[in-house]
Design a protein around this ligand. Structure first.
Ligand code: 3AM
Length: 270
């Protein structure tokens, strides 16, 4: 039975707030038909979405289905809000694991990285780009598998731009590709690849490759791809990271990265 004061949205009983992201509040919810736990992302229509955009988002959600991407169940709307019903991912953020463990063992990093690029390659093959990949957007399920969240949302922003090249100033600077910082239009595919390289560095090192309090200095370091790998990086991942974090983004696509990580560069270190 529903507790007094419990709010319902459609067939979902809304529970505690899990957290708050850039655009949305995330709440724990219960599907009263199936008993399934879900995460409910609540967005104010006025702030980001025009009703028209939701249809596009639903169609993106339908094409982007992958075991390493947080599944979208459905999208509901009230007059003022949009509710995105997502698979509930119970293992927390990869970011918290790094904070807790300092850095992760190389074989674990390799597994996460492969799951990450598998997911990203799937989206890129469908023409969908994330543009804000960072450990906070990487969740872990109860089996320790990686799940990328927020693919739909960024794709939505991308459609708002209405062009192949994306113009934006959103995203977290530490993970952002040089071509975005220089304020030119940029290729979402190359930007995602760059962020995957930064993520690989972070999970292996336990700290960021580019990290400056002063933003102009940070931007300069990113632009010049000025970073150094710690001594514990073995040659495979080190050369892979150097290949990805190259200020000329045309050199690596997610697909040859997928190939590299599976069949040679990363493999050689084991
Ligand atoms: O506020 P924190 O960092 O604790 O991990 C996400 C973040 O947690 C969580 O909601 C917060 C705001 O984004 N979150 C997002 N999607 C989720 C999902 N599908 C989720 N937690 C569980 N399942």
């Amino acid at each position: 039975m529903m507790k007094k004061g419990t709010r319902k949205v459609g067939k979902y009983e809304v529970g505690r707030t899990i957290g708050e992201g850039t655009f949305a509040k995330v709440k724990f919810a219960h599907n009263t038909d199936t008993g399934e736990s879900v995460a409910m992302k609540v967005l104010a229509k006025t702030t980001i979405l025009k009703h028209r955009m939701v249809d596009q988002e639903i169609s993106i959600m339908k094409i982007v289905r992958h075991p390493n991407i947080v599944r979208w169940n459905e999208v509901l709307a009230s007059s003022t809000k949009i509710y995105i019903i997502l698979e509930f991912v119970s293992g927390g953020e990869l970011f918290d694991k790094i904070v807790h463990c300092q850095r992760l063992p190389e074989n674990e990093c390799r597994r996460y990285f492969q799951q990450l690029i598998d997911a990203v390659a799937h989206c890129h093959s469908k023409g969908v780009y994330h543009r804000d990949l960072k450990p906070e957007n990487l969740l872990l399920d109860s089996y320790g598998n990686l799940k990328v969240s927020d693919f739909g949302l960024s794709a939505l922003q991308q459609q708002q731009q209405g062009a192949g090249l994306l113009h934006t100033t959103s995203g977290t600077p530490n993970y952002v590709a040089p071509e975005l910082l220089s304020n030119q239009g940029f290729d979402g595919a190359a930007a995602d690849v760059w962020s995957c390289g930064v993520i690989l560095f972070v999970i292996m090192a336990g700290y960021l490759p580019f990290d400056e309090i002063d933003l102009p200095t940070l931007y300069k370091k990113i632009n010049d791809a000025q970073f150094s790998c710690p001594f514990w990086f073995s040659s495979g991942p080190k050369s892979l990271i150097q290949k990805i974090l190259d200020p000329n983004p045309i050199t690596v696509s997610i697909f040859n990265l997928l190939f590299s990580s599976r069949f040679n560069l990363f493999e050689r270190c084991h």
